[in-house]
Design a binder for this molecule. Structure first.
Ligand code: 5AD
Ligand code: FES
Length: 352
């Protein structure tokens, strides 16, 4: 079968075999990608019109107990200048975000035991109390079932935890032995069982990744049925073991976004900062490949240049308002419109 025939099949059946996904990844041409993007945009417009959901990203700690080989805030990176935001600083960010039209806050950080369940519960409750019409998304790594449950009961609505790679051997190449894919998947299942809207995802072009790994990522995501999927290119960081690895490719990332849109039709798919970092038009291209979410940075100016997962990250010098309106301009330039709502996934709204 040709790549175009396989794209048509995916559109019709919303799943392909591992070999079929591999065939697409290994053989697609520029024309095939354009064809996929057109299909993906039709599906995304069917559910979400030309609307773009925005999330205010608050990077509240860059301390991390983990040592992932690709990540700039890994424990062993002694060059990282570490910071933590207080509850009041986080609340201040959320107030600024509210004025700018954000109705979702993403509280993201490294795995930092300083933020105990008690402290996080207080933070989540306080943000929710200040802004009851907003959704709170947590992105703070692996925690126990009980911890996830307490934070959910405190008011957190969504949780982002990328699986990073669905292939066990590949997972081992990216992470130290203290981490496991089994545990990661268990965390995702726990989050779903508790009732969070769950987001997962992976990096494109991470070291040692093969087409078969990417195909497995897609098939795993099909079985997980997440509400959100965040993907972006791997970008090397100078203070990590993978400092000399080449970064992921823009076109392959766009291909993955398009395939995800056809496979998980209503999913929330962000056009990520990493995509905007490898190409000045990356975030626009992500939207034109089927993505429907952007996550401008809401972190305080003083810490932005410290939350560096990879080199050359964009938007580290800009104010929250600058990013918010820059993003609006970018979206309008390609015929899309930012909406100031919570931006829940369609499937979530239907089942509510
Ligand atoms: N390049 C691109 N993405 C990265 N992440 C971490 N390190 C890098 C890197 N070097 C991604 C991971 C993580 C998310 C928050 O950022 O996928 O889940
Ligand atoms: Fe941050 Fe454009 S989105 S400066």
């Amino acid at each position: 079968m040709s790549v175009v025939a396989l794209i048509n099949k995916l559109e019709a059946t919303q799943i392909l075999s591992k070999d079929e996904f591999i065939y697409i990844i290994d053989n697609y041409t520029d024309e095939d990608l354009t064809y996929l993007q057109e299909k993906a945009v039709v599906v995304r417009k069917w559910y979400y019109d030309n609307h773009i959901y925005i999330r205010g990203l608050i990077e509240f700690t860059n301390y991390c107990v983990n040592d992932c080989y690709y990540c700039g805030i890994r424990r062993s990176n002694t060059n990282a200048s570490r910071y933590r935001l207080t509850k009041d600083e986080i609340l201040e960010c959320s107030d600024i975000g509210y004025e700018l039209g954000f109705r979702t806050y993403v509280l993201q950080g490294g795995e930092d035991p300083y933020y105990t369940d008690d402290l996080l519960e207080d933070i989540v409750k306080s943000v929710k109390e200040a802004h009851p019409d907003c959704a709170i998304t947590l992105s703070i790594g692996e925690r126990s079932f009980e911890s996830y449950k307490r934070l959910f009961d405190a008011g957190a609505d969504r949780y982002l935890l990328r699986h990073e790679t669905a292939n066990d051997a590949h997972y081992r190449k990216l992470h130290p032995d203290s981490m496991s894919l089994t545990n990661r998947k268990q965390c995702l299942q726990n989050l779903k069982d508790i009732g969070y809207q769950v987001g997962s995802g992976f990096m494109v072009g991470s070291p040692y990744q093969t087409s078969a790994d990417l195909a497995e990522d897609l098939i795993y995501l099909k079985s997980l049925q997440p509400d959100m999927v965040g993907i972006g290119p791997f970008i090397s960081h100078a203070d990590t073991p993978y400092k000399d690895e080449v970064s992921g490719m823009m076109n392959l990332t766009l291909l993955m976004i398009g395939l995800l849109r056809l496979m998980l039709r209503t999913a929330l798919l962000p056009s990520t900062t990493a995509l905007g970092t490898i190409d000045p038009q990356g975030r626009e291209q992500g939207i034109l490949s089927g993505a429907n979410v952007v996550m401008p940075n809401l972190s305080p100016q003083g810490v932005r240049d410290k939350y560096l997962l990879y080199d050359n990250k964009i938007c580290t010098g800009d104010e929250a308002a600058e990013c918010r309106f820059c993003m609006q301009g970018r979206m309008e330039s390609i015929g899309y419109q930012i909406v100031e709502t919570r931006g829940d996934a369609i499937s979530t709204i239907e089942s509510a």
